[in-house]
Design a protein around this ligand. Sequence first.
Ligand code: ADQ
Length: 479
Amino acid sequence: MSRQRTFDLVIAANRLPVDRVVAPDGSSEWHRSPGGLVTAMDSVMRGREGAWVGWAGETGEAPAPFEESGMWLHPVPLSEEEQTTYYEGFSNDTLWPIYHDVIVPAHFHREWWQDYEVVNARFADAVCEIAAPGAKVWIHDYQLQLVPAMVRARRPDVRIGWFNHIPFPPVGLFAQLPWRAKIIEGLLGADYLGFQRQADAQNFVRAARQLGGCATKGETVTAKGPDGGERVVRASAVPISIDYAGLDELARSEPVQERAQEIRESLGNPDIVMLGVDRLDYTKGIRHRLKAYEELLDEGVFVPPEITFVQVATPSRERVEAYKTLRTEIETTVGRINGTYSDLGAPAVHYLHQSYPREEMAALFQVADVMLVTPLRDGMNLVAKEYVTCRHDEGGALVLSEFTGAWHELHQAFVCNPHDIEGLKQTMVRALETDPKEKRRLMRALRRRVCEYDVQRWADRFLSNLESAPQRPGRSKGD
Ligand code: ADQ
């Protein structure tokens, strides 16, 4: 019997970085998913023995572990029911709304929680099985908040980090969760907790103090270890970024430039193209954006076909009720706007409920005179960073909500409060009317920021914080 392979670096995330693609003849193969996390981890994994633990995307029995592009992939099974309870239920209908300011009500079901615990334990088992002695374990996101303590209980030898891709809520909202103490305890199994914004890290520290009864000082929380001894856990901000060099190169490539021209022509060569690109999620502020646009049309400030608005909305969480409602609302609004303001062959809104390859997204970004990123709450928002990265021509303008993590880095954007429709309208007009020379200066500064702080830098910073995080009270801390 072959011995279990073990690894110095183990990533755990809800999803594996691959999708099974089935050919017309029924044969199937794994394709790498295009996300930024995959690119980030690629560079981290290079030169290391790295493994990734996650769900392969299909319910039922999990495929056997396999190697893909130099990475060992270790699938964790999910049953049909667990997909509903752990994933769509507890992760996306309990935690997601609580962590995003309760834009829609959160639903609490004890069975969902029970399955969340069960699935987290399954992930922890898989991690323990393949982590080499003294390995680094990097756990991702809100679906796996119990894994740090579960791993620590069995493997005190490994170093455990957790990164939250979404906001961490203020204590007043977090307190609503019936299982809040268990979640704090789960997270405190880590050595280092990384967040998108300083405010998120502070919210966690406050929750650990007020709800978890822990002593805290600055960025650190003192937790009880499984042996009864004290451990110190550090929580700080390490904002995620994108592969600037890779995307910049793609955006400059001839096929993408040609495609950008083609898109503009197929839109009827309007004077102004506005663009929104989001998962179809109520956190993204798509409705607010459409409302502002519609009012500007009503008032005759915007007059199609000189102006058009392209909204790309990736299908998302389509079985969760709040997402079904949102989709109906958005499609009704788009229908109403187009019914009133479109001409034959010249819609006032182009609405695309589809996913596109990176090349197409890069071309679209180059067409957008104004990019509308207007979330009500967003951990970071990578679209904002991707847009400026694709603007090597220094053209375009970014309208960015102050409720995104991205706003804390991209200060040269045209900032907006999406709840303030009047203010949002004024910002959209200002983004168009600002002197082009000034806009180029702003775009240059935005690009510089993303270039300097790219995804590689994010991953390096996370790992170095993990390495230097104090374990015992009194130990020195990292940056
Ligand atoms: P998301 O909520 O998914 O991520 P975001 O950061 O905007 O939000 O990332 C979406 C990604 O999907 C971007 O790379 C974008 O280009 C891509 N995308 C969107 N629509 C697409 C389409 N139709 N076709 C193809 N690609 C599309 C969560 C958090 C964020 C945080 C990220 C990373 O909610 O706040 O920034 O994780 O930490």
